[in-house]
Design a protein around this ligand. Structure first.
Ligand code: C2E
Ligand code: MG
Ligand code: MG
Length: 667
């Protein structure tokens, strides 16, 4: 079937060639992205699509005049394919101009390879065709570039398609009598069908490849976000989203060599919250979590954005400061943290506070390695806790010995509680005028197997820190209850015995049930025991303390505020506390000998207690002179070495039998 030469034929050829060109150009990025055999396959495939396009347009374009059928069509297609392979290969390497020259020359060769070159005008005809072929192909490939957006590929394809379609037409026009060959062997419609089938196949392959590439990109994207999430999880704390220990260690690992090179100091602050456990125990873990989030915010707000704030777990936070002026500057930052983090916050409808204790270690003076710096900051933090909490300490080398001793002692204490090494001594409390025995205070002692009897200051704070205080307190209550029961069985006149409590003990969920059980086992009523809680402890978390103390009061126990004058009681809180007694701290009693000021404070406390109808006990009375002015000031009860030191149960029994400690004041 011969196709008539009219206008729509060139248009049809142009469209056909454009489609072939588009699908061939579309393989260039795949050739560029693939390696080895896959790249070769894409190259062969793209070139074949282009070659079929060239062959079809050549065949149909020449069909009316010369035709390229049979073996010659195959040769033309082969030339087009070979030049397309070379051209696509160069285009994939980004050499668009070279690719254009190769393709253009190939296209002209495929059109003219079977024509006689010795005819007149053929040289200029060939030159014009080369200009058209190479120019068009170069322009198309250069326009397309390597990884271009789709509209650009389409326009490049149109350019290349028109070039391919124009070449046979130009050949016909320039040398109409050039045809020397027999007519086409393949009918025109069949050429269309072949071209359409190749186009269809190429389109299917390209679409399938695109879909695969899209799926692969999606999987890659999902894998990448999963990887990022894992990395984030591994280096961040889930609760506060702050960096974690691993992140800080990695950061210090990078930072310290740089700081060493630049002669810069780096400070590491280890921060632990005092009394956080009680927030968790009383308000629940959700409130505890919320509180920790608020602490994280307050900490971040206390330092500059370039400083690192991290959570190491529990109530432990770390701040890394890269640039600071000097140690005074660090001190000011610690003060800021103390003020911000220690400020009360509203959590679960309650105002709560947990003051921070901060330890500071500075690179390079206090440690050369990240782990060493962190350990030393931690040790300094413990020193801050020992010095009364809610403060900060800079690391000093001698703290190490103290820390390892602490560690050894905490292990000993754990074992000691199991081995029953805890003892209780009793110190008399007397009516200051008559010296009649009105009460006893139970004071814990630790009979350490190698260090001898240790005072409470050496193990009570330790027990609080390592979570042993509840066990220790339970032991003391059991021991005291058992002792009172034994004295009663001996027929001795009894007085109330005061037991010291730490806030952590009262807040323990088992405290009240275990207390009541112990008293019931010993057959004691609730007046046999009083409780003393220090003013500082009572004021740390007023609402919680009030709740617990009111519960104890409702059960019939008497409560005394210990070490009064050393804390920061507000009068309104003092009025709310269900205490019957305040114990004036011994520092005022001792100080009163030398200082008018202390004497006046003591007198004011006694006057205040009277107004609030509270009993007063003066602690640390050591001399008759002190006892006398305390009586004059209106104090009811005294406790101190003047009336007796803390005694073991046997000697206390003698005191109970006598009922007096020392001679009456007006004797
Ligand atoms: P505290 O309750 O204020 O006990 C009074 C402390 O002052 C006792 O020290 C006592 O020995 C000492 N003291 C008494 N009279 C005088 C005196 O005239 N002069 C001087 N310089 N000191 C005197 P201790 O036994 O070392 O206890 C210290 C603190 O340990 C107690 O202070 C109390 O807060 C705490 N503590 C003692 N036993 C326990 C206990 O079983 N549980 C709890 N949570 N704390 C306890
Ligand atoms: Mg006490
Ligand atoms: Mg006291």
């Amino acid at each position: 079937m011969a196709l008539p030469h009219n206008l729509w034929l060139p248009a049809l050829l142009g469209a056909l060639a454009t489609l072939h060109a588009y699908l061939a150009l579309d393989t260039i990025p795949r050739v560029a992205a693939a390696r080895g055999a896959v790249a070769m396959l894409w190259l062969g495939f793209g070139a074949a699509v282009l070659a079929v396009g060239v062959w079809t347009t050549q065949y149909l374009g020449h069909a009316g005049t010369s035709g390229l059928g049979g073996a010659r069509a195959a040769v033309a297609g082969g030339i087009a394919w070979a030049s397309a392979v070379l051209a696509l290969c160069q285009a994939a390497r980004g050499r668009a101009w070279l690719a254009g020259i190769l393709l253009g020359t190939g296209l002209v060769l495929a059109t003219t390879f079977d024509q006689r070159l010795d005819r007149p005008g053929m040289a200029s005809c060939l030159a014009c065709m080369l200009l058209l072929g190479a120019g068009g192909a170069m322009a198309a490939l250069a326009w397309r570039e390597r990884r271009p957006p789709a509209p650009r590929v389409w326009s490049a394809a149109v350019l290349l398609g028109l070039t391919i379609a124009a070449l046979p037409v130009a050949g016909n026009a320039l040398a109409p009598d050039a045809a020397m060959r027999p007519p086409a062997q393949v009918p025109g419609a069949a050429a269309f069908v072949i071209s359409a089938l190749v186009l269809l196949l190429a389109a299917v392959v390209q679409l399938a490849q695109r879909e695969l590439a899209r799926q692969a990109a999606q999987i890659r994207g999902e894998l990448e976000s999963a990887r990022q999430a894992l990395v984030h999880q591994a280096f961040h704390d889930a609760l506060t989203a702050l960096p974690n220990r691993a992140k800080v260690l990695a950061q210090l690992q990078e930072l310290l060599p740089e700081a060493r090179r630049d002669g810069q100091d780096v400070a590491v602050m280890f921060i632990d919250l005092d009394g956080f456990k009680s927030i968790n125990d009383t308000l629940g873990h959700e409130a505890g979590d919320e509180f920790l989030r608020r602490v994280a915010e307050a900490l971040s707000a206390s330092v500059r954005p370039r400083d690192t704030v991290a959570r190491f777990g529990g109530d432990e936070f770390v701040v890394v400061l890269e640039r600071f002026r000097n140690r005074e500057n660090l001190g000011a930052i610690c003060e800021k943290i103390l003020a911000r983090v220690g400020a009360p916050v509203l959590v679960a409808g309650q105002k709560v506070t947990a003051t921070p204790s901060i330890g500071v270690a500075v690179f390079p003076d206090d440690g050369a390695e990240p782990t060493e710096l962190l350990r030393h900051a931690d040790i300094a933090m413990y020193a801050a806790k020992e010095r009364g909490k809610a403060g900060f300490c800079f690391y000093e080398p001698q703290m190490i010995a103290r820390a390892s001793e602490r560690l050894a002692l905490s292990t000993d204490l754990r074992e000691g509680l199991g081995r029953d090494e805890l003892r209780v001594c009793y110190q008399p409390k007397v009516d200051l005028r008559s010296r009649r025995l009105v009460g006893l205070e139970a004071l814990a002692r630790w009979a350490h197997p190698t260090r001898g009897h240790l005072p409470p200051s050496m193990f009570i704070p330790l027990a609080e820190d390592c979570g042993l205080i509840a066990r220790l307190g339970e032991r003391v209550v059991r021991e005291v209850a058992g002792q009172i029961a034994r004295w009663r069985a001996e027929g001795l006149p009894l007085v109330p015995v005061a037991i010291n409590l730490s806030m952590q003990e009262i807040q323990g969920v088992n405290f009240v049930p275990s207390l009541l059980r112990t008293l019931a086992e010993a057959g004691l009523d609730r007046h046999a025991i009083e409780f003393e809680i220090t003013e500082t402890a009572a004021m740390t978390d007023v609402h919680t303390t009030l709740r617990h103390l009111r519960e104890l009061e409702a059960l019939g126990f008497r409560i005394a505020i210990d070490d009064f004058g050393t804390g920061f009681s507000s009068l309104s809180h003092l009025r709310q506390l269900p205490a019957r007694t305040i114990k004036i701290d011994q520092s005022f009693v001792h100080g009163a000998d030398a200082s008018h000021h202390d004497r006046e404070i003591t007198e004011a406390i006694i006057a205040l207690a009277r107004k609030l109808r509270l009993h007063t006990v003066a602690e640390g009375v050591e001399s008759e002179q002190q006892a006398r002015w305390l009586v004059q000031a209106g104090c009811d009860i005294g406790q101190g070495y003047l009336f007796g030191r803390p005694l073991p149960p046997g000697e206390t029994a003698t005191l109970l039998a006598a009922g007096f400690a020392g001679a009456p004041i007006d004797a």
